[in-house]
Design a protein around this ligand. Sequence first.
Ligand code: MSP
Length: 703
Amino acid sequence: MSRFYITTPIYYVNDVPHLGHAYTTMVADALARFHAAVGDETWFLTGTDEHGQKIEEAAQKRGITPRALTDEVSPRFAAVWRELGIANNDFIRTTEARHQATVRALWQRMADAGDLYLAAYEGWYCVGCEAFYTESQLVKEGDAWHCATHKRAVDWVAKERSWFFRLSKYQQPLLDYIAAHPNFIRPEGYRNEVVAFLQSGLRDLSVSRTSFSWGITPPAQDPEGLKHVIYVWLDALANYYSALCEDGKLDSPRAQAMWPGAVHLIGKDILRFHAVYWPAFLLSAGLPLPQSIVCHGWWTVRGEKISKSLPATRIDPVVLAHSIASASNVTHGNGIGVDAVRYFLLREVPLGNDGDFSLESLFARYNAELANDLGNLVNRSLTLVHKFSAAYAPTVAGTAHHEGLAGHIVALRQLTDEVCRDARQQFTDFAPARALETIWKLVREGNRFVDGTAPWVLAKRAKAGEAEAATDLQLALGYLRGVLHVIADLVAPVLPTAARVLHGWLGVTRAPQWPDGAAALAEPPAGPMVASQAPLFPKLDDAAMATIAKAVLPSEALAPPAVSVGTAAVTTSPEAAKTPAAASVAPLTAPPAPMPLVTYDDFAKLQLLAGKVLTAQAVPKAKKLLQLQVDVGEATPRTIVAGIALAYAPEALVGKQVLVVANLQPATIRGVESHGMILAAGDDAIVGLAGVDQAVAPGTRVR
Ligand code: MSP
């Protein structure tokens, strides 16, 4: 048995949870459920980040104390996670005594290592990120330097006395550690980003502030008598460790047991804090590093990151889940709506990539994969097994008489082995989208099994006295029951409510456990099975979709997109945009003018490669253009100028996978030499980037 300790970032309490926060928490929850199901000793931590200038300012704006603000908002996070069925084992608040004691102990160790010294800090600070920046990391807009994430002017911190941490000392040890532990930062693209950052050199880090007071005071005295509070990121990162410590003791037995299995799941916005600062603090304190930092991308709405600062992007995960449940008239509770959201978020985008959220894609997956594929299998199989099992007891023991049935059984057994093995590996490798894709192979095979074995025909023949048909029917029913058992357990990490309902129908009373391949098809039910019930995931019709869209989309997000027909820009009417179909950009396209045919040889002259955007910046005085650095698997990245600035903010592109025409003749555009072209959809107005539906290595050929 291994130990698996998964954490989410602790969320700032100046905000209430939106779909972006819910995504991280749902992924962590699914991974925790998976590890528990394979028998690992599992612990799942989330919580709230409550100190720092940002919270102090948010409280001041509301005219309340920081304590009152944190006491009001932190429980709202806990309540949303409860509403979303999140099964965290612990919830930590950085204002708790247990956390503060650990932070001080950690500080003391860092001081004892000779890594803290007093000096003065001067420079730019983004209160949104709670981070110090150099000008090369900021964007100049007019006269002011702006933070690329928060899109607002940064503050100048003028000569503030501060404790400094010798971060520079850990540059080489961190590079060595990452080289020796290739899975320390995952997926690989993010590891490369961190390595590049480390190689560019580390400057010592200011780890205390004296200009405000909402934070933990360090154990050290300042000889000048100034009152410091510990830098909020040092405070916050320590939560992962402090949640395991008793009375702030760094060597608590629980910490020693669980820490080596620690996995920090984070969004890409906070990679540097987790993959550079946190390991450096731990090395300084003489503590082991966590097992992995697993980084995911951003959910955007129309290309903009879902965030507090952009109200048009805010989607409330509880409203979304509840509206799906009520609009589709589910009979099995709001948990089914939550399952639908979890399924979509985890299936739609490989962990690590960005994803643009649209209700159209959610509805399409819901109807095709949940209502249709899974729902049909469950309903048909339950009906059949229940109807015939009194007379023909289901079993998987014995040999089929009919060759067709024998073939289906072999295929089903083989695929069950394969799917249980592969999906297990994919969950273990933090690839839930691939695991779900794998599991759906079995769901579809189950439907083929029903169609191909036609148990209702076997039943007719058995009733007419054919003994062989009777034993074949018992087998068909046994395998159908078995495949439902297996599928209920396979989907349980991502669809916990659906799995629980299905287990109830199947007479399974135990907690979900990862199935052991085809052997699991033979598990006998612990209790009676019930007849087919109302559908697990009722199909969403147009009216249901419109109701959900109305409930979920912030009014700004409904603003109709400008789309182009030929050369004229057309805008859909506000009324029409309220229906989900009209809210999408697809339907308004004129038939394309016929183009001359090309031969395959002509096509093969194009070198199409998968690439990854490393940096993106505006091209001065060209409002449609962005200058990108794109890794296409060559020794140095390509500079490419792309006309996509109206559709994508530069920071939304960083880390994105794109398709590149790599052998296009270089061209100088607005003074920048461009070496290739990014493939995108749209005419005058770009409406989306072309891509590959899996994460692939930069340089992978596309054909
Ligand atoms: N308090 C810090 C984290 C400290 S951890 C020691 C913080 N908090 S936050 O409230 O801003 O939440 C950040 C996390 O929320 C991101 O890292 C990510 O996991 C999640 N997300 C917030 N917006 C998101 C999207 N639009 N898309 C995906 N995840 C997003 O940073």
